[in-house]
Design a protein around this ligand. Structure first.
Ligand SMILES: *Cc1c(COP(=O)(O)O)cnc(C)c1O
Length: 388
């Protein structure tokens, strides 16, 4: 008998390899941008979350450097002990002002914002309804909360309504959770319908605006603004590490909600405060989102251009429905997705294969940035044309 209690790990890794599910890191050795160096090779980058090109922006860099000079590198403790700085509050007020909510609170990542908020709001006697395609952090939050979690089919409001009808009254509190822009698909949640259902069934609604903040809506406030739902009561979560070009997460909503989270969200109370550099960079990022709408305009011009040339030239590829800068080509299996990803890499294009278990079906996922130009997009379409 093999009595090494760790031997199952290697066996499990072998299984992962056999299924073509194995992943490893890819090191970029250049600043972030539309063009990067990946293991020494120059690549057009269609894999980044840096939608507005802020991660290498001079203004963000200078703000971070200045914050380090003034406040050092570490925040040295949790916000309730030694970690709190005026910068955190300024950032929270800027987020609340963009979202037009009463208040906001920043966490050390978007993942921690979701986990902390959901565990604070939901307990054993409560129920969560969760979209099947929700981000891992929303799912983890549900499990950690100890509440009952029911998944509904992706964006299916009929099934959600039916399940709410059947289950809601058996529980004390109810929370519906959803991505606003679905991160691995690019489509949007039906926010107005979700708000109506939440109201009808006396349920809270939490939406994760990770891929929407800075991107969706006229002023970049996210899908809440895109759907003209600004001011309706709900819980908005997001990240500082995508369009805002920094690191960290936030929750935004009513003063009472935010005050409650500061007292009850374990991932906020028991984790070290966001570093001065990350906080200052995010603050500079959100100021740019507010003051430079032309960046968002350029992003959407690129998105519309890609969609037009894809329709004209790549009719045979199966494109998943999208209303965001995320565009996915569905492929039959993980092996094919890996092959296409590799081919694109040889063409100088970085567009990763996304496979199970991250998503149910394998695909190539493309994200567009404000800093791409026409030649970048034309090259992508040209390379894809040769395999379609
Ligand atoms: C990226 C992402 C997160 C996690 O945010 P981090 O700041 O990277 O931890 C949460 N939710 C969604 C939908 C995301 O895409």
């Amino acid at each position: 008998m093999n009595n090494n209690p760790y031997s199952w790990i290697e066996e499990s890794l072998n299984t992962i390899h056999r299924a073509d599910w194995y992943r490893s890191v890819q090191t970029i050795n250049s600043p972030p941008g539309a063009v990067v160096f990946l293991s020494g090779q120059k690549m057009i980058n269609f894999a980044s979350n840096d939608y507005l090109g802020l991660a290498a922006d001079d203004n963000l860099k200078m703000s971070a450097i200045e914050a380090i000079r003034q406040f050092g590198t570490g925040s040295t403790g949790s916000r309730l002990l030694t970690g709190d700085r005026q910068l955190h509050r300024e950032l929270e007020q800027a987020i609340a002002s963009t979202k037009q909510t009463e208040d906001a609170v920043v966490f050390s990542s978007g993942y921690l914002a979701n986990v902390g908020t959901i565990t604070a709001l939901v307990g054993k006697r409560d129920i969560i309804f969760s979209d099947q395609y929700n981000h891992s952090s929303l799912k983890s939050g549900g499990i950690l909360s100890g509440g009952t979690v029911i998944e509904y089919p992706h964006c299916d409001m009929t099934v959600l309504g039916k399940k709410l009808q059947e289950e809601r009254q058996k529980y004390r509190r109810c929370l519906i959770v959803t991505d606003s822009v679905f991160s691995m698909d690019g489509d949007l949640c039906p926010l107005p319908n979700l708000l109506d259902l939440a109201e009808e069934f006396n349920s809270m609604l939490l939406i994760d605006e990770a891929h929407a903040t800075g991107v969706m809506g006229k002023s970049g406030a996210g899908c809440v603004e895109h759907f003209n739902c600004t001011g309706r009561e709900l819980i908005q979560i997001g990240t500082l590490s995508k369009a805002l070009g920094s690191l960290g997460g936030y929750a935004a909503g009513s003063s009472a909600l935010i005050d409650f989270l500061r007292n009850r969200a374990p991932s906020w109370i028991y984790s070290t405060a966001l570093s001065p550099a990350d906080t200052a960079a995010a603050l500079a990022g959100i100021n740019i989102v507010q003051k430079e709408p032309e960046r968002r305009k350029r992003l959407w011009e690129n998105v519309n251009y890609l969609q037009t040339v894809v329709k004209e030239n790549l009719g045979k590829l199966k494109i998943l429905p999208t209303q965001s800068p995320i565009l996915c080509f569905e492929l039959p299996d993980a092996g094919t997705a890996l092959e296409v990803g590799k081919y694109l890499r040889e063409e100088g294009i970085f567009a990763p294969a996304i496979r199970p278990p991250t998503v149910p079906t394998s695909r190539i996922r493309i994200t567009i940035m404000a800093t791409h130009n026409r030649e970048h997009i034309d090259k992508l379409v040209d390379s894809l044309q040769r395999i379609s």
